[in-house]
Design a binder for this molecule. Structure first.
Ligand code: SAH
Length: 397
């Protein structure tokens, strides 16, 4: 018989009338919905979740110290063993290989809850994998996940970079270490025919912002030869390279000198001459305030200004400031791609922020498009929390 990963002796009993969320296939059970736990368990165990009248609802990781008391792995009463996880990983992999591998050899292979693997993110960069673990249950199953990834993907190296802000809630420590094989200093990937160096060990997040792939392509297509494009929060030059390949003169601004160094290399890698472009180490807020020069295309892709719910107001002010400055200073008929990767900045709120930025700048602004992350970052329809990236394409007249 196959080894089970379940604790069959324990079960979570939900409060009366609080099974609605699991009935709607929402994968998170908050502590407020829990009546009691029956039986002995260790935090991170996989246990059954039952309604008040003891009807089976789901199975998932239990962690009483987290606000997310339980993370559902299955809404069906099926065995949770190696085969279960093998099937989940294969299902995630199959979709990416079918639809995405043609465009890019860098993509998100596993997107946590949206792929039925709560607390596990895996990004693939060519033959290497970068794993992020953010739930105690997944942490305890780490070696199983690594074995399965080796079996199904046959990578040359696996690096763990678990550094998210939510680790502490789960009682986990940050980790940055090679788990298997070797990891080169730099990995080259190619998306839509554009090449990038990725520094998976020292770079931000897992090394590259795969979630902006389609927006980079979009910007490349919108660029007219000779246009002056300002890429704010440029990181390693993603948007800039696409724009430059389409004939733009680009200015990349980032606070990180290392990121801009790699941006220059990324220009060279694509046969572009970095000497013909500008790379400015600066705080974008200062740069936008002081810039006298006028651009006709501006990218605003800041880090998440709102990491916690209580920071919504303060964060929204940050978004408003940079957008107001960009709208004020852009040339007539200019384009702005304005992004937010803050989960708490919802579409409506972001649009309101852009409205008030436009209002203060006293310019005519049209919304030409609204975009989110691509298909390798799927959103579970029952779990809208997995959506975070919002981008507005604005035309300033
Ligand atoms: N657009 C990029 C990703 C941006 S990530 C891409 O497509 O790859 C956010 C970047 O903002 C990081 O590189 C970080 O170094 C930079 N950053 C954070 N705060 C900043 C600030 N106040 N001014 C300038 N850059 C900043």
């Amino acid at each position: 018989m196959m080894e089970t990963f379940e604790n069959v002796a324990a079960r979570i009993i939900l409060k009366k009338g609080r099974a609605k969320s699991v009935n709607n296939f929402h994968p998170w059970v908050f502590s407020g919905a829990v009546e009691r736990v029956e039986g002995e368990f260790e935090p991170g165990d996989i246990v059954r979740i039952h309604s008040f009248d003891d009807q089976f609802q789901a199975k998932g990781f239990i962690n009483p110290r987290s606000k997310i008391f339980a993370r559902v792995l299955s809404f069906e009463d099926v065995p949770i063993d190696r085969d279960f996880f093998r099937h989940r990983i294969r299902r995630a992999l199959a979709f990416r290989e079918k639809y995405l591998a043609r465009f890019s050899n860098g993509y998100r292979l596993i997107n946590s809850d949206a792929d039925g693997l709560s607390g596990l993110i895996v990004d693939r960069y060519q033959h290497y994998l970068v794993v992020q673990i953010s739930s105690l249950g997944m942490y305890r199953l780490k070696s199983v996940m690594i074995e399965l990834l080796k079996e199904l993907v046959a990578p040359e190296g696996i690096l763990e970079r678990s550094e998210s802000v939510s680790l502490e809630d789960e009682g986990l420590q940050p980790v940055r270490e090679v788990l298997w094989g070797t990891i080169p200093d730099r990995i080259q990937i190619e998306e839509h025919g554009v090449k990038f160096w990725v520094d998976v060990v020292h770079g931000q997040k897992t090394g590259f912002f795969l979630d902006q792939r389609e927006n980079r392509l979009r910007v490349g297509k919108l660029v007219q030869p000779g246009v002056e494009l300002l890429n704010c929060f440029s990181y390693t030059g993603g948007f800039s390279v696409y724009a430059a390949l389409n004939g733009a003169r680009t200015v990349s601004v980032d606070i990180s000198e290392g990121a801009l160094e790699l941006a220059r290399e990324n220009f060279r890698l694509n046969g572009l001459r970095p000497e013909e472009h500008e790379f400015v180490v600066a705080d974008v807020f200062d740069y936008l305030r002081e810039m006298s020069r006028n651009f006709s295309f501006i990218i605003l892709d800041p880090p998440a200004f709102i990491k916690k719910k209580r920071h919504i107001q303060k964060g929204a002010r940050g978004y408003k400031d940079i957008n107001r400055l960009a709208i004020q200073k852009i040339l007539p008929d200019g384009l702005i791609l304005s992004c937010s990767c803050s989960h708490y900045m919802e579409w409506d709120l972001f649009q309101k922020v852009l409205f008030s930025a436009a209002r203060d700048a006293e310019r005519d602004v049209q919304i030409l498009g609204k975009y989110s992350h691509p298909a390798d970052h799927p959103i579970d329809i029952y779990h809208p929390e997995s959506e975070y990236l919002k981008a507005f394409l604005l035309r300033v007249i």
